[in-house]
Design a protein around this ligand. Structure first.
Ligand SMILES: [Mg+2]
Ligand SMILES: [Zn+2]
Length: 211
């Protein structure tokens, strides 16, 4: 953040896991024809965008490090995802992925990076590139590694509970702020919380930065 940037110049974001959150989870799929948005994604994202949230995908794509597909395949995926969302009246503000995995087959991607969730690198980078206020931001994801990445970045995390988390390894950082069945519900929770927050500040006579 540059010295001339005030917190009120920053926008909140909703960071979005891709597989199992935005689109049907097919492990390591990069075939654009197989990509399907999950129910209520369009409505939920339209609601969030209308309330000023930037929409930014943050996706682990270790298939690159595993040698299952080339990094360029992900730009085809991004194009297809943007197309499907555009039909729903939604435009993404950013698309970030981590191609790495420690000890993986493809040498140049085989490393312990800072971007693979549960680490917060993708969120931190997106925050600086898109002038995001992390403290007012959220991450929606279908496993607890997503929730942990949110908390490490100083955001709140909603678990979209669709059965994809199977290990439930709990630490304090992995406890979701909310659990929702889909993005439609998660969006309503976030907007409701934003309203409550603004109302509390207004009743205390505190000027809210983003009001
Ligand atoms: Mg996922
Ligand atoms: Zn990485």
């Amino acid at each position: 953040m540059s010295a001339s940037l005030h917190r009120s110049d920053l926008a909140p974001a909703v960071f979005l896991d891709k597989d199992g959150t935005l689109v049907r989870d097919i492990p390591y799929n990069v075939d654009p024809r197989q990509i399907r948005l999950l129910p209520k994604v369009g409505a939920g994202l339209r609601l969030l965008a209308a309330h000023g949230y930037r929409l930014i995908v943050v996706s682990n794509q270790s298939g690159v490090a595993r040698g299952l597909f080339e990094e360029q395949a992900l730009s085809v995926v991004e194009t297809r995802l943007r197309e499907l969302l555009a039909r729903q009246g939604v435009s993404l503000d950013g698309f970030y992925y981590c191609p790495h995995l420690p000890n993986a087959r493809i040498q140049r991607y085989a490393r312990r990076c800072n971007c693979r969730k549960p680490r917060a690198g993708m969120l931190m980078r997106a925050a600086s590139e898109h002038a995001i206020d992390l403290a007012r931001s959220w991450l929606l994801g279908d496993i607890l590694n997503d929730v942990e990445a949110a908390h490490r970045a100083g955001c709140r995390g909603v678990l979209i509970d669709n059965g994809n988390e199977t290990e439930w390894k709990m630490t304090a950082q992995r406890i979701p702020d909310w659990i929702a069945p889909d993005i439609g519900d998660a969006a309503r929770l976030i907007i409701g919380e934003q309203r409550r927050h603004s109302a509390v500040h207004a009743s205390w006579g505190v000027r809210v930065g983003h009001a």
